[in-house]
Every structure is written in structure tokens, then in C-alpha cells.
Write a protein that binds this ligand. Sequence first.
Ligand code: HEM
Length: 341
Amino acid sequence: MSADVTLESLTGGHHDVLAELRATSPIAWVPAVDGWVVTTRELAGTVMRDAVTYTVDDPRFSTAQVVGPSMLSLDGEAHARHRDPFAAAYRPAVVMARYADTIVTTARDLVAGIAGDRRAELRRQLAGPLAVAVVALSLGLEDIATNDLLGWYDRIVAAVENVSVGLPIDPSAAEAFAHLSDALASAVTRPDSVLHEAAAQMSQQEMVSNAAVFLFGGIETSEGMTANLLAHLLENPDQLAAVSADRSLIDTAVEESLRLEPAAARVDRYATRDVEVAGQHVRSGDLVIVSLAAANRDPAVYAMPDRFDLSRANARTHLPSPTGRMRASAPSWRGWRPGPR
Ligand code: HEM
């Protein structure tokens, strides 16, 4: 039991707190979050792979109550049925062929817009708009005004957060979801949309629910990832110089940045049965939080884990796995606050 860990300490400079937890046990009960927190790379991988013991299909997760069942809230065969139809559209080669040129142009335009100023807020002026533009493009929503899209997004996310603390769904969220559904219904007709092929393999409602999850899953995470990468490079001028001199290092820089500061800090599961884990007794129904932030700095796997290091050979082994799906879930995108899920 780690009674001295507070929500504030996890939210603030939480890496020290997580390191202390990890030093005591790979899994610890933290009353402040009313759940177990997993902090080692090995146990995090085990939990994320075991969808039978650790489920996402639990009514305490609120996203499904707002957007309907999707791959985010399902396990096993149901998860595969929702997820597999999108797999082809997300293959790296397909993504590159369809979107790379437009993404490069968008990024260059955004940089051109700030290049003349002596200062820029890179998250708000570059990372955020780029993330929104790319997600909208891939879904086929590029004709929707960004403010409309973000307005719907904010209202739906707020509803998910309300539901997670027992409040009713605000009618404005239902209205936003209806607008989004209409926009998605026409987006599926675009051959470049990731929804195009999938739409034929599932109901309209299922397609909309999963597309809403892409919206949640794609925007804040990508924005955070780009902003963190830029911060890591700017804080490490020698490594910035190395990347500038050798563009082939960009991939490694992205992976190492995702390891050091994953844009989704945790994923949540519920135990489906009583289980002994690293000497701790996890009971059926307990919340099990996998701290990706902690797992990715496990000193047993990553030497000098707090350093941003482009020469790190195993940077790519960070969680969540960049190549394979680990299981049926998506993150709590907003750090340590409860929900949305
Ligand atoms: C750097 C950016 C991103 C990060 C850090 C991130 C992080 C995560 C994490 C931690 C999970 C949970 C994995 C698990 O439980 O095993 C996840 C799943 C998911 N992410 Fe991302 N994500 C990113 C980008 C995106 C983008 C761009 C999209 C959509 C366009 C997206 C859509 C999803 C979906 C749909 C899932 C659920 C997958 C499933 O249930 O099988 N994510 N992501």
C-alpha cells in the first residue's frame, strides 16, 4: 500500500513518485487513485497482453456510454470485429502513400506562419493544428471547419468526463455527436478516408463509434507527442544538432521521445478475477492502472532512463508498442485525472 502517493504528486513531477513506487514493487495499491499501479516494463507488457484477466469491457469506463461500443471498450472477438476492418487503412505504407505529401505541406505552412516571429508557442501554434489537420484528413473530414470539429470534440470529451464522475450527459454533447455522425456519414464516401473500406464491414453506428474513438485517440496524443519531441530536442542542443545533420535520426528521436514522455501516460483495465501479481493480491473488479510513463523508464530495461538519448538501442521497445497492437483498449488520454475511457 502506498498511502503517501497523492493525485497531485502523480500529476506534477510524477516520475520521481513512480520511481519510488517501482522501487518497492512492480505493482502497488495507491489509495489516491483507488487502484493498483503497475510500474515495471515487464509487468506492464504482461497486463496489456492479457485481455482475459484485465478487461476494458467494464461499465465504469464511460466512453462507450457516450459514443457507443467500439474497439476501445471491447475485448476478444468483438474487439477484433471492430478493429480489423480498419487495419488495412492504417498500414504504414498506405498512410504514407495517402497522406505524407499533404502532411508535409501542412507542417511547412504552419512553420512558415511562425518563422518570422522571434517566439512561438510550439504546442498551440504547430503541434495542435497539425494533429487536428491530420486526423481530419485521414477521416475525410477536411472540409469541416477546424473550430466546429474541435467544438464537437470538446463537448463529447466533457460528456465522457461527466459520465465518469456520475453526472448526466449534457444535451449539447448529444447534439455534437449528431453533427459528427452526419459529417462521418458523408466522409465514408471519400476513397482516401480510413473509414471507406471499413464502413462496408460494419453498421453505420459502429463505424461512427469507432471513428469518434479515432478522433479522441488521435488528436491529443499526436499533439502531445510532437510537442514533447520538440521540447526534448530543444532541451538537448547537441542531439538537436545531430538530428539536423542527419535526418535519418528523426525516427529514433520520435521513438526515444515517446519512451521518455509517452503522450498517453497510462492505460486502465479492470481485473476479471482474483489474481496473485508479484506477491500482491489483486481482487476481481479492482482497477489496474498500467503506468506507461513508469514502464518506459524502468531502469532494468533502459539504462539511465531519465535521459533523452538518441543512441539508445532499445528505444523502440517503449509502450504502447509502436508496431503491434497489445490488446483491446485505448488510453486515458488525460494523464492521471479519472476518465475519460
Ligand atoms: C503518439 C501518438 C499516440 C499515442 C501515444 C497513442 C497511445 C495509445 C495507447 C496507449 C493506446 C492503448 C493501447 C493498449 O491499450 O494496448 C492506444 C490505442 C488506440 N489508439 Fe492511439 N496513440 C497515438 C496516436 C493515435 C492516433 C493518431 C490514432 C487514430 C488516428 C489513435 C487511435 C487509437 C485507437 C483507435 C486505439 C484503440 C486500439 C484498440 O483498441 O485496439 N492513436 N493509443
